[in-house]
Design a binder for this molecule. Structure first.
Ligand SMILES: NC(=O)c1ccc[n+]([C@@H]2O[C@H](COP(=O)([O-])OP(=O)(O)OC[C@H]3O[C@@H](n4cnc5c(N)ncnc54)[C@H](OP(=O)(O)O)[C@@H]3O)[C@@H](O)[C@H]2O)c1
Length: 257
């Protein structure tokens, strides 16, 4: 029996992953953006051990989420699932002055990774759209480029793979992998999504908690329980380092090595 944290488990794939982990008799801590969503999440994920609360668009609140998580002691696995989608029609700045999609999808998983006591396994939700992510890592704050919501989202999903692989390299005692769940009909995916929703949450659960040797690997990218080749640039150590350094500067949080 593992203890697993799933971020963004008030809805969508995070909620489904939490429900499946509980069905498999694991201990699950769920996460929601605020108290109200936390109450709703507790109702829709019966059996969760606890809920931690905080808006991942805010560095201050993300730090508080890590504090709440660490109060439980060490986790076996953390699934970095929470994200916002590709439909933001303009650059929305967070209280820290960062683009909202970058703050939630890239910086928050970095800050949580750095501040939560190192678990045995880490899983980062990416997307097939990471293939179109900008591998120059220039203008992460979207101050020079004109806004493009899908590009901004794709960039962050590319960052999530870079982060997963950076952690796999820097923390050899931790299994750290990335997942592409497919285009599925959640709030984010929308009703036209064409992939199988029932497959959308299974790979991250398997990577987080299964004893299957195929799941106990590190530095890999998965789709529907199988390894898939990610964008080649995700393997570039210099890019991984550049992203980690940028996140360190924006957040003021060091990734311990
Ligand atoms: N659905 C797809 O087709 C698809 C495809 C590829 C990759 N993915 C990835 O899969 C993961 C899950 O996506 P999904 O489709 O399940 O999305 P979703 O249905 O929109 O759910 C996203 C979850 O993240 C939470 N969240 C968003 N912003 C937050 C914030 N600032 N602070 C705290 N929590 C926040 C949401 O909370 P609220 O419920 O309060 O909004 C919700 O629980 C994401 O990483 C996404 O990029 C999804």
């Amino acid at each position: 029996m593992a203890r697993v944290l799933v971020t963004g488990s008030s809805d969508g794939l995070g909620k489904m992953a939490a429900q499946l982990l509980i069905e498999q008799r694991h201990r699950v801590v769920i996460h929601a953006r605020n108290e109200e969503r936390g109450e709703q999440a507790k109702e829709s994920v019966p059996g969760a051990e606890a809920v931690v609360v905080g808006d991942l668009a805010s560095i201050r609140q993300t730090r508080k989420v890590a504090e709440q998580v660490n109060a439980f002691g060490r986790f076996d696995a953390v699934i970095h699932n929470a994200a916002v989608g590709y439909r933001e029609s303009r650059r929305t700045a967070t209280e820290d002055g960062l683009p909202h999609v970058f703050a939630v999808n890239t910086l928050a998983p970095y800050v949580l990774t750095a501040l939560i006591e190192r678990p045995k396994r880490l899983v980062y939700l990416s997307s097939g759209l990471h293939q179109g992510g900008d591998s120059s890592l220039k203008d992460l704050r979207w101050e020079q480029r004109s806004w493009h919501g899908q590009q901004a989202y794709s960039d962050t999903k590319f960052h999530d793979v870079l982060l997963a692989f950076a952690v796999a390299r820097l923390w050899p005692d931790v299994l750290s992998n990335a997942v592409e769940p497919g285009w599925v009909a959640t709030k984010m995916g929308g009703p036209s999504a064409t992939d199988d929703l029932d497959q959308g949450h299974r790979t991250q659960v398997w990577l987080a908690a299964s004893e299957d040797p195929a799941a106990k690997v590190t530095g890999e990218y998965f789709y529907h329980l199988r390894r898939r080749t990610p964008k080649a640039a995700t393997r570039e150590v210099a890019l991984q380092e550049k992203l980690v350094e940028a996140c360190r500067q924006y957040s003021g949080v060091n990734l311990p090595v």
